[in-house]
Design a protein around this ligand. Structure first.
Ligand code: SF4
Length: 344
């Protein structure tokens, strides 16, 4: 089946299953929550579970384009499973992991299909017709601003962009990056259902397995999250010492630098701010520092966000400095921070 007005085929909807028209391509009649526990739907449920597991392990959800129906319908089922976990960390991670894959696909996508995906979100994106502008796309300024407000890197600042007739000019990678944000927000919104339906026992059981897997893989501490503002007085002694050394421009060992960076990232400091901090190092190299910080933050390479080493490891490497009374009960610097923040 192919809709005359769409430039996308079923295979594309398997790649971008969050698009409004995707579900129309599936040959499966209306699927109700109760039906998911049905043994005939086992493949769908299995793939939905796999989508979430990939998000937890790899921070990216792969695509199986050989089984289009299952691929398309397993997406809304995975959203339902994520809801059933009742865990905002898993839900956010899932939204980001789907968006990460979309970014990878869109970077290699044809112009025509990229425009279709953008149209789905109401973007005014067009092929660039101005030959003097060395870019493939022109995006309406309002759409550009809406999608770049939280992107702190310099190239996204409007003063660094080419503008003409209310349009911002962009390359394919940049369009893919902005659509990634749109997709992440779109999925997060779908997950924001205030009143959850009653899930069949089988769904609750799988959701519980996913929660457990997430705790084992990522750690309870990180999953519970931290307040948005950074509370410096709650830093554990080891991090305070690293932070002071770093602020006074002293050299940090590799482990020290990794510990400080991953700690700051995990308590909510944006990677861009961490890069700025490292500028005071005498051996500062912006390109290298940015790569390392973004790698630790899970924005590059393996797309896994790293957490600081445990206290035992830090003791072995001589990074544990002046442990205090609270440290006696701690096994991880992030646990120390979480407890101290609650007490302040
Ligand atoms: S015990 Fe842990 S949290 Fe406390 S200073 Fe040592 S490494 Fe840091």
């Amino acid at each position: 089946m192919r809709y005359a007005f769409s430039k996308l085929a079923k295979n594309d909807y398997a790649k971008y299953p969050f698009l409004k028209a995707a579900i129309k391509y599936v040959q499966i009649p209306d699927l109700r929550i109760q039906d998911l526990a049905d043994s005939n739907r086992e493949n769908i449920l299995k793939r939905a579970q796999q989508r979430l597991e990939e998000a937890i392990f790899d921070n990216i959800v792969s695509r199986d384009l050989h089984h289009e129906d299952i691929e398309i319908i397993s997406f809304p089922v995975a959203v339902m499973l994520a809801m059933a976990t009742k865990n905002s960390f898993i839900q956010k991670r899932y939204a980001l992991a789907e968006a990460n894959q979309t970014y990878e696909d869109l970077r290699k996508e044809s112009e025509e299909k990229t425009l279709e995906v953008a149209k789905n979100f109401g973007w005014e994106l067009a092929s660039n017709k101005e030959s003097r502008m060395p870019y493939r796309f022109a995006l309406n300024l309002v759409d550009y601003l809406r999608n770049t407000t939280h992107l702190r890197e310099k190239p996204w600042k409007l003063v660094n962009r080419m503008l003409s007739n209310g349009n911002v000019y962009l390359g394919i990678d940049e369009v893919a990056r902005l659509l990634k944000e749109e997709v992440r927000r779109h999925i997060e919104k779908r997950l924001e259902l205030k009143e959850l339906p009653a899930f069949p026992p089988k769904i609750t059981e799988i959701a519980e397995k996913i929660r457990k897997l997430s705790e084992d893989t990522i750690g309870k501490t990180e999953m519970e999250g931290f307040p948005k503002a950074i509370v410096q007085v709650a830093f554990p002694p080891c991090i305070k010492a690293l932070y002071e050394s770093f602020s006074s421009g002293r050299h940090l060992s590799h482990v020290g630098r990794f510990t400080l960076t991953s700690f700051l990232i995990n308590i909510g400091m944006p990677p861009e701010t961490v890069v700025e901090f490292f500028k005071s190092f005498s051996d500062y190299n912006e390109r290298m520092t940015r790569y390392q910080v973004e790698h630790i933050a899970g924005e590059k390479g393996s797309r896994t966000r790293y957490i600081p080493p445990k206290c035992d490891t830090l003791k072995t490497h001589g990074v544990c400095t002046n442990p205090d009374e609270l440290c006696q009960r701690m096994r991880h610097p992030l646990s120390y921070y979480r407890i101290k923040v609650k007490a302040t």
